[in-house]
Design a protein around this ligand. Structure first.
Ligand code: CA
Length: 154
């Protein structure tokens, strides 16, 4: 998680921990890049307004990674969490490679559909897909449609 707002960071960390995830919190762009390289996360929740720059620079660096010189996977799922709510901001986020874009303020539950749409990596919080979890194994691996920018909630 890349978030400089202490209250939001604590709120997300508490909920993610309750769902069984190991969370690393970075409070700036530089710290985020180091953490991504060192920790090799399965998914990144990325704030854009950071004290040492824009979260978009973090996204750029991840997408530009070659996966060889560094341990950073260029396909690392990234969900942007931002107070910047305009269509231009959302389109810019997707154009730079965000898997989804969630506008603040949001409730934790609102994050789950974004997680499901972007998580090529992992199952996501337990509440995301109860129907699939109770279904037989074959449907669990069915690819999920990726939402387009126009489908993102207002
Ligand atoms: Ca911020």
């Amino acid at each position: 998680m890349v978030e400089d707002d202490q209250a939001i960071a604590a709120y997300l960390a508490d909920n993610l921990a309750a769902d069984g995830f190991a969370v690393t919190t970075a409070r700036g762009a530089g710290e985020a890049l180091r953490a991504i390289e060192v920790r090799g996360p399965d998914l990144v929740l990325l704030d854009l307004g950071l004290p040492d720059g824009s979260g978009l620079t973090v996204l750029d660096r991840v997408r530009a990674a070659d996966g060889l010189a560094s341990r950073v996977d260029p396909a690392l799922p990234v969900i942007v969490l931002s107070g910047r709510a305009s269509e231009a901001d959302r389109v810019r986020g997707f154009a730079r490679g965000a898997d989804d874009y969630v506008v603040k303020p949001f409730a934790y539950q609102e994050l789950l559909p974004a997680w499901a749409a972007s998580a090529r990596c992992c199952a996501g919080p337990a509440a995301v897909r109860p129907a699939e979890r109770s279904a037989s194994g074959s449907s669990a691996s069915t690819p999920r449609p990726v939402r387009s920018a126009s489908a993102v909630r207002r």
